[in-house]
Write a protein that binds this ligand. Sequence first.
Ligand code: NAI
Length: 255
Amino acid sequence: MSMRFDRHVVIITGASSGIGAATARAFAREQAIVVLADLRPNEALHHQLEGEGTAVLSVTVDVASSADCERLVNQVLERFGRIDVLFNNAGITRRATVEELDEAQWDHVMAVNLKSVFLLSRLVIGPMRRQGGGSIVNTASGWGLVGGDQAAVYCASKGGVVLLTKAMAIDHGPHKIRVNCICPGDTLTPMLSDEARQLGLHGDALAAAASSRPLGRAGRPEEIADAVLFLASGQSSFITGEALVVDGGGLAGSA
Ligand code: NAI
């Protein structure tokens, strides 16, 4: 197996579950130094990676807090001296129309899904520039590209992630910092079950509904991780500002 990330320092937010955890495992398999950042630490994952020989640091952070983001980046720089990859992945969903949302719910989703990308990216760009480059990958969504029902604030936040990605790619390309995002379709994680329950459905309902997609199923977190590693690696050295759809063809028929 190729080791695209040998001793590269990789920060992953939302690393305790779903797509973040699968991505942490994938980076670890390629010899990266892995920083697991999450509101709720996953000690089992930490110990598993460490047991397999990975250098791993777990930091409990609320990505919506600028103080927490500063503490995270300072801790990583003190311990490892550099940051090669930032994967801004932490996210939450709230299935509701604008009529149903209150202001605090709007602010919370926007802060966790969108403001966090600003808060963390601005802190890593200086170190990346000084070390000669780096790669930022953000998790947007298919619903950052097209609208969805009862998902007003989620779509607003993820649409924001797509264009923030492109704007940062323009600003920081000259510093050899590439910025891309992934747009997953329905993926088998706790979020998908939570989302189904918010709609009053059985926890498996959205996963089952993905059978109507061209590839006939929902995605596995490992399949999203593969795309993240591609965008983070030198294999995508001429790609920046891209929103890569990873959804089994779900959006293939959309404009
Ligand atoms: P998940 O719920 O399994 O994992 C999300 C992780 O983010 C959890 O470990 C949670 O503790 C953490 N988190 C939440 N709020 C946080 C905060 N304020 N600070 C730090 N960590 C926080 O969800 P999943 O599915 O792995 O989601 C990852 C990303 O993928 C999210 O940005 C989500 O919007 C996006 N996504 C997921 C899709 C899906 O179908 N599962 C589809 C499209 C996008």
